[in-house]
Design a protein around this ligand. Structure first.
Ligand SMILES: [Zn+2]
Length: 387
């Protein structure tokens, strides 16, 4: 077995499941095991590595390679966490190499990409090619839920010229994606015995009006002027909860909202529009509470002025390995590039594997793509060093 597959197998065998907001943690939750492994791995390689606490049991691992005479510094970003394992039909943490694939939770999203970045990084350290960019390799926490890792990293990008974010893009380049904002709406009422409902004020009835307004608003959004690549914005009410018992008029009801953003929208503007839609339909926002969002994922938009100079070198490096030019795409899902790109840092998402296999019940990645990606990341560091 090649070194990259062995590395990938090691990483898959270390559970790093994102608890996705759950307060009671299971044995497979959080990124600590992967962080320990990475810290050791970088130390063994003899490079400077820092471990930055982001939340209890959740540390960004950041290593640095200083290239001889480098004029440029490239950030390689890859997340340590995976989605949960419920419903999987294969053992999530017993990696299996079969038919040219590695199976297991995170193989595709994004431990395959991590193995490829580490392999490229080790080769840069070993070979020290002249003219290469310096590389900061940042392994972040909590990409799958509230991306606190990349939000912190976004405050530390001084001296970095361009960022490459590992996600399964099938070795094509993604230079834009939708953003997202998720929040709760809570309606309030007055509880009383259900035998005399007139004495109370039913929070579920109030929420029914709110949900009706949101459904109409969602339909309007689906008819909005689309972004030429990313399409239209969207809104979905995904959860509802209210009431304590059938014989009590409920004094409280909550819904959870997922709103996807396109370029030109901000989380604030999207929430303002939803608020206006509710107010217009219900007549007033009395006893209707918009809670602060728990997910705020900015859109990633390639700024032609800052992105263009890098795109040619990036494409050339990929083409050198693969024999054909990569496509330049937009995707609907969010990445660490949202928070990182917000500060103006040019960000490109690029990695092995197909997003169709991410988060699945039998997650896998093609070994061949991981090996190619390892070579491509190496070539990218060299190529961008000359820009
Ligand atoms: Zn991912």
């Amino acid at each position: 077995v090649d070194a990259a597959s062995r590395l990938l197998s090691d990483l898959v065998a270390l559970p790093s499941v994102n608890p996705m907001g759950r307060s009671v943690l299971g044995p497979d939750h959080l990124e600590g095991r992967v962080a320990d492994y990475l810290q050791r791995w970088f130390r063994d390689l003899g490079v400077a590595v820092s471990r930055e606490p982001i939340a209890p049991g959740r540390d960004n691992i950041i290593a640095r390679y200083d290239a001889p005479g480098a004029r440029r510094t490239v950030l390689f970003d890859v997340h340590q966490d995976t989605v949960p394992t419920e419903g999987m039909t294969i053992p999530p943490f017993i990696p299996e190499i079969r038919d040219g694939r590695v199976y297991g939770r995170g193989a595709c999203d994004i431990k395959g990409g991590m193995a490829a970045m580490l392999t490229a990084f080790a080769r840069l350290v070993r070979e020290r090619p002249v003219g290469s960019a310096s590389v900061v390799l940042a392994c972040t926490v909590d990409e799958e839920f509230t991306h606190i890792g990349s939000s912190r990293l976004a405050e530390q990008t001084q001296g970095i010229d361009v960022a490459i974010i590992a996600e399964p893009t099938k070795l094509d380049i993604v230079d834009r994606h939708k953003g997202a904002v998720r929040w709760k709406i809570r309606t309030h009422g007055v509880a009383c015995h259900s035998s005399s409902p007139d004495l109370g004020d039913n929070a579920i009835y109030r929420m029914a009006q709110v949900v009706g307004a949101l459904a109409d608003h969602a339909a309007d959004l689906s008819r909005a002027v689309p972004d030429p690549i990313l399409g239209t914005p969207s809104l979905s009410v995904g959860r509802i909860e209210g009431g304590v018992s059938v014989n009590v008029v409920p004094d409280r009801c909550e819904v959870e909202i997922d709103r996807r953003l396109i370029p030109g929208e901000t989380p604030e503007s999207a929430r303002d529009r939803a608020r206006a839609a509710v107010q217009c339909r219900v007549g007033s926002l009395d006893r209707i509470e918009f809670l602060p969002p728990w997910v705020v994922m900015p859109t990633l938009v390639a700024n032609p002025e800052t992105a263009e100079p890098w795109l040619g070198g990036l494409s050339a490096a990929i083409e050198r390995v693969r024999g054909r030019r990569p496509a330049i795409l937009g995707v609907p899902y969010g990445t660490d590039g949202g928070p990182l790109g917000e500060s103006g840092l040019p960000c490109f998402v690029f990695g092995p594997g197909d997003i169709a296999q991410a988060h699945t019940k039998d997650e896998w990645v093609e070994v061949d793509q991981v090996l190619q990606a390892a070579e491509m990341y190496y070539e990218i560091a060299r190529e961008l060093g000359a820009r």
